[in-house]
Ligand binder design. Structure first.
Ligand code: CA
Length: 235
C-alpha cells in the first residue's frame, strides 16, 4: 500500500513539480491549491504527511496547520517563501514538524519527507510494542522510578505527588525515551482526540514535571525540548 502525501501549494508549477517528484518516489499524491480544499481533503483522505505552503489564498498555511493539528498526527512540512517567517512556523504557535524556505532543492525535500515519515513510523511502532508489553514493571532512570502498578513516581525513594495528567505525560514520555515526540502526538495520546485545548497544555505540564524531576528545572536534562517539534525523554 502506498503512502499518501497531500501537497498544498497555490503555484501550479511548483505543485506539479512536487507531485511529479513524489509520485516518482512511489508516494500516492493528493493536491490542493487553497486552504479550504486542503482541510477538506486531509479530513477525507487522512494523508500520512502534508507538504503545506504558508501563503495560500483563503485560509493560509498557518491556519490550516493549526486546524489539522487538532485532528490528526500526520507530520507537516511547511514551505515558506520568507526566512523571517521561519520562527513563527517552527514555534509553538503553529507547530509544523519541519519547514523549508523557497527555493529549495527537490532532493533535500524528498530527504525531509522520508525522515518525517520514518520518525512517525518509529514512534507508532514503539507505541504499539509498548502497548503490548508487560504492564506493571517499574521504569527506573537513575534516581527516578515510575511505578505503573501504583501509578506513582518516586524520586530518591520518596513518592513525588503528581497531578493525574502529569503522571500520564511522564509515563508516556518515559516509554518513548530517546525518541522525539511531537506535541500533537502527546496531546492525542495523553489528552485524547476530543481534547479542546492546544499544545500549550503540553508545555505547561512539561514545566510542572520539570520542577519536580529535574535537578535544575531551568536547564532540563531529563525532558528536553526539541525546537519546533516537541520533547524527548532522556533515559
Ligand atoms: Ca503560495
Amino acid at each position: 500500500m502506498s503512502v499518501k502525501v497531500l501537497v498544498v501549494e497555490d503555484e501550479p508549477a511548483l505543485r506539479e513539480t512536487l507531485a511529479y517528484n513524489l509520485v516518482k518516489q512511489g508516494y500516492e499524491v493528493l493536491t490542493a491549491s487553497d486552504g479550504y480544499q486542503a482541510i477538506a481533503l486531509a479530513r477525507q483522505e487522512r494523508p500520512a504527511l502534508l507538504i503545506l505552503d504558508l501563503m495560500l489564498p483563503g485560509v493560509d498555511g498557518f491556519e490550516v496547520c493549526r486546524i489539522l493539528r487538532q485532528e490528526m498526527s500526520a507530520p507537516i512540512l511547511m514551505l515558506t517563501a520568507r526566512a523571517d517567517e521561519v520562527d513563527k512556523v517552527v514555534g509553538l504557535e503553529v507547530g509544523a514538524d519541519d519547514y523549508m524556505t523557497k527555493p529549495f532543492s527537490m532532493r533535500e525535500l524528498m530527504a525531509r519527507v522520508r525522515a518525517l515519515l520514518r520518525r512517525e513510523r518509529l514512534i507508532r511502532e514503539e507505541i504499539a510494542a509498548q502497548d503490548d508489553g508487560a504492564v506493571g514493571k517499574p521504569l527506573t532512570f537513575d534516581n527516578l522510578t515510575i511505578d505503573e502498578s501504583r501509578h506513582e513516581l518516586r524520586k530518591d525513594g520518596q513518592v513525588v505527588p503528581l497531578r493525574p495528567k502529569e503522571y500520564e505525560l511522564l509515563h508516556f514520555l518515559a516509554r518513548q525515551r530517546g525518541i522525539v515526540v511531537s506535541r500533537d502526538l502527546i496531546l492525542e495520546r495523553v489528552w485524547g482526540w476530543d481534547f479542546d485545548g492546544g499544545s500549550r497544555t503540553v508545555d505547561v505540564h512539561v514545566r510542572w514535571l520539570r520542577e519536580k524531576i529535574e535537578q535544575d528545572p531551568g536547564n532540563p536534562t531529563r525532558i528536553v525540548t526539541v525546537r519546533g517539534i516537541g520533547y524527548r525523554f532522556e533515559g
